[in-house]
Design a protein around this ligand. Sequence first.
Ligand SMILES: [Zn+2]
Length: 494
Amino acid sequence: MHLEKNPPYLVTIGLEVHAQLKTKTKMFCSCPVEYGAEPNTHLCPVCLGHPGALPVINHEALYLTTLAGLMLSCEIPPICKFDRKNYFYPDMPKNYQISQFDKPLCLGGSVPLHERAYPKEIQKTETAQEKQIRLTRIHLEEDVAKSFHFESTSGIDFNRAGTPLIEIVSEPDITSPEEAFAYLNALRQILIYGNISDADMEKGQMRCDVNVSVRPVDQKEFGTKIELKNLNSISGVRRALTFEIQRQMDLLSRGEKLSQETRRWDDDRGETTLMRIKESAHDYRYFPDPDLLPIHTEELMAIAKKRMPELPQAKCTRLINDYELSPYDAAVLTEDHALVTYFEEAIRLSSQKVRPKILANWIINDLLSALGAASISIIESPVTPEALVELTSLIELGTISGRQGKEVFSEMMISQKSPSSIVQEKGLQQVSDSGAIEGFCDSVIEANPAVVADFKAGKEAALNFLKGQVMKLSKGKANPGLAGEILLKKILGE
Ligand SMILES: [Zn+2]
């Protein structure tokens, strides 16, 4: 991004994302991983760091990390190992964290940015570029405990200590707050598609450290790197970066110097404030964990490959090709894994009775707006894929009209009753019995001789009037197509 200040500046952003893996148990012990559990109830000598307790590797965490690597086009080196990262902090009882230093599980790779990953208001603009953000590495480690600060005391919940965590480190390829937003969205989408992590930032399952620097466009070396902390949402990352970049440019254009520091984002006040100046890089004195042997990755790769799901962009292309969806509809559906799963389930249940395009329209136009209005997620939708298929089949078969379908749908959202029982209760069936419709047509023709004569004289709109009268007489229940056909036959056949 070129920022038109005088002189113009270049922005460099690198992100370190931590994502909690979706395993049943912790990284090196069999304590359960459970979000929101009563504090300090999922503990054992291993995750509390008691002397002499030995770690045992969680194989599922290894597979999930390898799968993340494969989905993000990383290289998986033949051997990886675990190291001890030594530092003291109250939330880490062992005084070291088991992590990976020089031999991580995944190297390189990239996150592809696509248009719909960008903030809504800049999609369809030049800023929403499809580009690849390169990754440096992904390594596997254990999470630390969680500290809580009360009025006069602090508490530590060790339930989180030892939860499997991957750290995904990007190259400094990101050049604007909007790209950082798109990167986090695209990365999160892939982690969710692979069932690797729930990646909910509000629950702390995905956390993000941001490094940002600004430099005049003619300066070769990077500017002073400043780290941002306390970012709790993807839009918060964007807001924090927008503020911080402006702050750095203002200082530089006034001829002031930036110092290497860590700053805290205050989302309520919309500004970053100084946390600490970085004097020097930490020396964590990494060394190989003597309790854990190096791991050969060949077997991991074989198992992870079998678990490779369809990637979001590949699924989007397939929906367009297989179901004749518009690129827009396909993109809306694939954006949310739960939504596209709902759609594919509906397709399967409809067994070709309802066209996929019709199902997609109902999901995107009716279901999404009804869920949005009620603040319900697709997973908790009161209208199941099965019920939606039943409703659309009733419309396709002509049992109810499209307009009546909307009425039934609104009722389904509230009462969760099946479409057929709602149709029955409300007496909504369309009259498709030609005998009954013929009776309505005869009465209408008899009552409107002048209009019938107009039609015979070539005034085609007259038929619509007659059709309207039939609908009125049937209280809106006559099948309009059938009513038109019968009227035509009767008038011209006379
Ligand atoms: Zn434990």
